[in-house]
Ligand binder design. Structure first.
Ligand SMILES: *Cc1c(COP(=O)(O)O)cnc(C)c1O
Length: 333
């Protein structure tokens, strides 16, 4: 199976914002786009994206998971970056239409069709370092993905970083390219120096998130994660897992966690930790690395609650459990 995110469907849905309005959607080749070398995005990072998935059910129907949430966040990211306001109804139709076009290419579970809406500032002006792009381009790319965990679910090693941060604090809620560029140097350093898989950013001891996933701590029948504020990305998977946990009768605590509390709780045998995100669903964390010491989480293996919640989410996505919260949108065929 090809590496995640490297295979694309031949066409994508595209619209541009010019002269203060959105053009009609076009279906164009997904091989290339044309941009002026002075385009705002290439110099001043006016870019944001989304990541969501479509699933094939046993009856052959294709269903998109929590699209409204992703479109809402896409609108928020665009707004926070001063990109043109997106037309949510148009974006929804772009997503549905492009997925419908490639319905036959949606892999069977555990695979899915990963959907990548992208919005970039295109104005050719290198003089706009401190001004928004007046024009933009919005496209929806599709990438069929296989089982992210074909090699097995190996619990992750996370470096707890209390001195750095993932991105500028006022940019945390924006799903924007610059934030990933900002997180990359410390992540590469953590990989080479302590063989960490990811960094869990904990500025001043406040446990936030990793480079591209939210963090959840499970202690018996309680699930704890940082409450929503503007410092980190509000994951749709995070919200979904919290709802499923509540549906399973677990206690959900959305509040700040300190590194000290994290390490203290992790020493208990029935503690589990996990990362949540669309690509990886819910991934167990087995080890924390902090000030040159290693701390095993619980027994260091993928925990039973993590696996149960992960399965419950997959079952809804795959049409094997009832979609009681109406999270799926059926693509017309
Ligand atoms: C995308 C992303 C997440 C996960 O969000 P989901 O909506 O669950 O996919 C978490 N943190 C960051 C920084 C992200 O970019």
């Amino acid at each position: 199976m090809a590496v995640f995110g490297t295979v694309f469907m031949p066409q994508m849905a595209l619209a541009t914002f010019v002269n203060d309005e959105w053009t009609d959607t076009e279906f164009v080749s997904a091989d290339s786009i044309q941009l002026h070398p002075g385009a705002h995005v290439l110099h001043y990072s006016s870019t944001c994206f989304e990541g969501l998935k479509a699933f094939k059910h046993e009856d052959g129907n294709i269903n998109i998971f929590r699209m409204d949430k992703n479109i809402e966040r896409f609108a928020q990211s665009s707004r926070l970056l001063n990109l043109p306001e997106i037309d949510k109804a148009q974006v929804e139709k772009m997503i549905i239409d492009i997925v419908a076009k490639y319905a036959s290419e949606v892999p069977e579970p555990p695979g899915s069709m990963y959907i990548r809406p992208t919005h970039i500032g295109t104005e050719a002006s290198i003089g706009k370092a401190a001004a928004p792009s007046a024009s933009s381009m919005l496209y929806v790319l599709l990438s069929p993905v296989g089982d992210y965990f074909a090699g097995g679910l190996k619990p992750l090693r996370l470096l707890l970083d209390e001195t750095g941060m993932r991105c500028a604090p006022h940019m945390g809620m924006v799903k924007s390219g610059g934030n990933y560029a900002s997180a990359l140097p410390p992540i590469l350093k953590a990989r080479s120096e302590v063989q960490a898989d990811q960094i869990l950013f904990c500025p001043n001891g406040d446990v936030q998130e990793t480079g591209a996933a939210n963090f959840l701590l499970i202690d018996g029948d309680e699930i704890i994660t940082k409450g929503l504020d503007s410092s980190f990305l509000h994951g749709v998977t995070r919200a979904t897992i919290l709802q499923i946990a509540e549906d399973h009768g677990m206690k959900v605590s959305e509040r700040d966690i300190t590194v000290e509390e994290l390490l203290e709780r992790s020493a208990k045998p029935n503690t589990e930790a996990a990362l949540s995100g669309t690509a990886a669903v819910l991934t167990p964390v087995g080890t924390f690395i902090h000030n040159d010491k290693e701390y095993q989480v619980g027994n260091g293996e993928a925990g039973p609650v993590t696996m149960k919640l992960r399965q419950a989410l997959n079952d809804i996505q795959w049409g094997k459990a009832e979609d009681t919260h109406n999270w799926l949108v059926k693509v017309p065929n």
